[in-house]
Design a protein around this ligand. Structure first.
Ligand SMILES: [Zn+2]
Ligand SMILES: [Zn+2]
Length: 552
């Protein structure tokens, strides 16, 4: 038997950018291709991708990419990865997942990619792998676990899941298939660790709708409900709640409209006839006849809700008496932005209801007892906790031990470190390159730390641009240096600082002339050092200093 290698390229030691390569007999199946949103200290970076150098080197061996569900942390990196491969492999997943992938690839003008719907329960042959999708419940329809059947045994990657017994679409997870696999014998289980730190069971998605309905019934004015646009069943429940109270529904935010449309076309959203109104029609309806479903539950800078909170939305102006419900919890890292949005809404006079005030959100990830249930159903020989920071990965390992799995068979991993399994057993294999790639605008690259540092400087202390004009003959300053500043958080003119900076520039140039330094590069370096030293001396700040020397 050849070695079965399971290599996580993202999603371990973090929440986000999930991507796993499974190799057997020299052939590879990739499961998920996700991204992460940047944290506040990654200024100017739009997206973070898993470093997929290893995959690029092995691209001729890739049989296919299987996507478990349509969330960004599983699907978002797909266009960036596919366009870097010379001969992109086919992509497989549930119908909604593939519809979302198609819309993403279209935005990136990637036309010739083969996307194939695989209904849950069906198996596709990918070289030495038989890949089977198993229906699971999560906060987006069409979520699947992936069982990779090989001669060496079965690898089961759960994807994101909860065991919701009363899901909105009436289709609970395929527990009996999981149990069957358990009886057949699962070699390795790679499981979701997101909520292992929460005891008990998560609440069912269908508990949320009645609560939202009750709160809409009490609201005197307009109601805004914000949630993840991909949580299509949540959107359906809000629509139902609005209909119950004779209110119209207005979808606000690009991704909200887009996802709801995709959901409608696939039958996941079934709105009553005529319930939707356009944003421009809002003013035709009295406040108590309207529910707005909006993006922005994470306080994203350009989102619809954030703009409403700042009185800057073209179609929606909120006022006293309106109610805003946050039907989502902040993803770790977004708390500050969410709090800021909430406080702005209070300032406007809105009533704000969050998950702390009422159970208007249900997590899509199973709690500790559900993770144990998965372990007991599947009875894996080895356990490889996925989808969690180091703490959650460790706690997941403890849950595995609690249900009787030998601690020696639990692998607490990091990105880039594979688990290798052969007839002698399982162990960590040789580490490969893994980490982060940054996307800046549409460009992907290894944005050097320098760029991030520069951006931090710019945002904290601003920038000085100093233009000095010197004579080509003797290097003497021939015109007053120009000093331009942007984003500098202090008054210059009033303090006479501008004059002092000009003097510093002159002194610097005189010194250079004495030492016969004529090279523009060197002059600029000298100016930079002198000005930076002066500014730090006087102001204890380190703005970016950009000297430009022009020789005439
Ligand atoms: Zn998910
Ligand atoms: Zn996820």
């Amino acid at each position: 038997m050849s070695t079965l290698k399971v290599l996580p390229l993202g999603g371990l030691g973090e929440i986000g950018k999930n991507m796993t390569a499974v190799e057997y007999d020299g052939r590879i199946v990739v499961v998920d291709c996700g991204l992460r949103f940047p944290t506040a200290d990654m200024m100017g970076i739009d997206l973070v991708l898993p470093d997929f150098t290893w995959l690029r080197e092995r691209q001729n061996d890739i049989e296919g990419i299987v996507i478990t569900h349509g969330h960004e942390d599983h699907l978002g990196a797909l266009p960036f990865v596919l366009r870097e491969l010379d001969d992109p492999p086919p992509v497989f997943g549930g119908r909604l997942t593939m519809a979302m992938a198609r819309s993403k690839l279209d935005e990136h003008r990637l036309k010739d990619i083969e996307l194939e719907d695989v209904p849950p329960g069906e198996t596709i042959e990918l070289g030495p792998f038989d890949a089977e999708l198993i229906h699971m419940t999560h906060s987006i329809p069409d979520s699947c676990a992936v069982a990779l059947h090989t001669d060496a045994g079965i690898v089961l990657i759960t994807g994101d899941y909860k065991f919701d017994q009363t899901p909105v679409d009436g289709k609970p997870a395929d527990v009996s298939r999981l149990a069957e696999l358990g009886r057949e014998g699962v070699l390795l289980l790679c499981g979701d660790s997101t909520n292992v730190d929460r005891p008990g069971f998560s609440i069912s998605e269908s508990m949320v709708g009645p609560e939202i309905e009750r709160l809409i019934g009490r609201a005197p004015g307009r109601v805004v409900v914000t949630s993840f646009a991909s949580n299509i069943h949540r959107v359906q429940q809000v629509i139902d709640a609005a209909a119950e109270h004779g209110r119209k529904v207005c979808l606000v935010g690009r991704s909200m409209r887009k996802n709801t449309n995709i959901g409608r076309s696939l039958g996941h959203v079934n709105p009553p006839e005529g319930i939707f109104i356009q944003p421009r029609e809002l003013e035709d309806w009295p406040d108590h006849k309207v529910v707005i479903i909006s993006t922005g539950s994470q306080g994203e800078p350009l989102s619809a809700l954030r703009r409403m909170a700042h009185n800057d939305h073209p179609a929606v102006t909120l006022h006293e008496g309106d109610t805003v419900m946050f039907s989502a919890t902040p993803i770790p890292g977004n708390e500050r932005a969410v709090n800021e949005t909430v406080d702005r809404l209070f300032q406007i006079g809105c009533d704000v209801i969050t998950t702390r005030d009422a159970p208007i959100h249900a997590s899509g990830h199973g709690y500790a007892e559900e993770v144990k249930l998965m372990l007991n159903l599947v009875k894996p020989r080895y356990v490889f906790p996925f989808h969690g920071d180091h703490k959650r990965i460790r706690l997941h390992g403890q849950l595995a031990e609690a249900v009787g799995i030998d601690p020696a068979n639990v692998f607490q991993g990091v990105n880039g470190r594979p688990v290798d399994i052969d007839e002698r057993g399982a162990r960590f294999g040789e580490e490969v390159q893994a980490g982060r790639l940054f996307v800046d605008g549409m460009d992907i690259g290894d944005v050097a730390d320098v760029a991030l540092r520069d951006r931090r400087h710019l945002s904290a202390d601003g920038i000085f641009v100093v233009v000095a004009t010197i004579s080509e003959d003797d290097g003497a300053s021939v015109a007053d240096p120009e000093v331009i500043m942007r984003g500098v958080p202090f008054q210059m003119e009033a303090d006479g600082l501008l004059e002092e900076i000009r003097r510093t520039v002159d002194q610097s140039l005189e010194k250079a002339a004495r030492e016969e330094i004529r090279e523009i590069d060197l002059l600029q370096e000298l100016l930079h050092d002198d000005i930076a030293a002066f500014v730090y001396e006087r102001l204890r700040r380190r703005p970016m200093v950009l000297p430009v020397v022009v020789a005439v």
